[in-house]
Design a protein around this ligand. Structure first.
Ligand SMILES: NC(=O)c1ccc[n+]([C@@H]2O[C@H](COP(=O)([O-])OP(=O)(O)OC[C@H]3O[C@@H](n4cnc5c(N)ncnc54)[C@H](O)[C@@H]3O)[C@@H](O)[C@H]2O)c1
Length: 255
């Protein structure tokens, strides 16, 4: 390519891409032939993921920021527009579990923090993504919700509220932009073995077995199983699917 010429490969974006589901998704987009923009608060791990993406022969853009920082989120998306002039797929994955505990004793700072990152941050991301997608008359957004957005779990009121909001935001925005060919779906993972789950189970074998037993398949999911579903919902194979909240949960919410 000559200088100044922009590649016509699709461009994908993943937030929270330094680890876990986000990292697996960024690599899966790269393997499918996309250039990839990745963001996270963990600078060193993000750089390592960027190297893995580049080794797959596509371009990468990294940005270290907190997804709850509105100005930084907007600037990141502007960098994507400046670099590639387009955005085809976006996976809004960055999220936190927050503190668990009795609702009547919960700190409202915890509630505000979880809602700011998991909900407000995601909405700001979506605003900027839609701005990049509208001029091209196409795009697909996949928001990472949770089975905690579909059913209630005790002592997790902030997390459940945030993920329920992500499901409804997905439906609302999907309906609004359907005619303009921007699809919006959510993935609701069951328990997936990542750093987030290790923080909760403390890798105690008995606790891990109990978490596995939540699922009719009697195991936790893998990050690859979630990433594959995200890439499927992004690509044109899913062209008539929008506004859905797909549980990737070994059958948990089916019972
Ligand atoms: N692991 C599970 O069982 C599970 C289940 C359902 C939903 N989810 C959701 O999937 C998403 C990813 O979870 P995971 O298990 O891979 O988590 P993880 O903690 O292993 O990884 C999350 C990544 O996001 C980054 N991140 C966290 N807060 C951020 C912020 N404010 N700004 C930017 N980056 C931030 C972290 O640094 C990390 O790299 C989250 O939204 C989570 O709620 C996870």
């Amino acid at each position: 390519m000559t200088a100044g010429q922009k590649s016509n490969k699709p461009v994908a974006l993943v937030t929270g891409a330094a680890a876990g589901i986000g990292k697996a998704t960024a690599l899966a987009y790269a393997k499918s032939g996309c250039h990839v923009a990745i963001s996270d608060v963990q600078a060193d791990k993000l750089t390592a993921v960027a190297k893995e993406i580049e080794a797959l022969g596509v371009e990468v853009l990294t940005d270290v920021h907190d997804v709850g920082d509105e100005a930084a989120v907007r600037k990141f998306h502007q960098r994507i527009g400046a670099k590639w002039g387009r955005l085809d797929y976006a996976c809004n994955n960055a999220g936190i579990e927050g503190a668990q505990g009795a609702t009547h004793e919960m700190s409202m700072d915890n509630y505000d923090r979880v809602m700011n990152i998991n909900v407000r941050g995601l909405v700001v991301c979506m605003q900027e993504q839609i701005k990049l997608m509208l001029p091209h008359g196409q795009g697909a957004i996949v928001n990472i919700a949770s089975i905690a957005g579909l059913v209630g779990f005790p002592e997790m009121v902030a997390y459940c509220a945030s993920k329920g909001a992500v499901v409804q935001i997905t439906r609302s925005v999907a309906v609004e932009y359907a005619e303009r060919n921007i699809r919006v779906n959510a993935i609701c993972p069951g328990v997936i073995k990542t750093d987030m789950v290790d923080r909760v189970t403390k890798q105690d074998p008995e606790t891990e077995a109990a978490y596995a037993a939540f699922h009719p398949m009697n195991r936790m999911g893998t990050v690859a199983e979630v990433a594959d579903a995200i890439v499927f919902l992004s690509l044109p194979q899913a062209s008539f699917i929008t506004g859905q909240a797909l549980a990737v949960d070994g059958g948990m919410v089916a019972r």
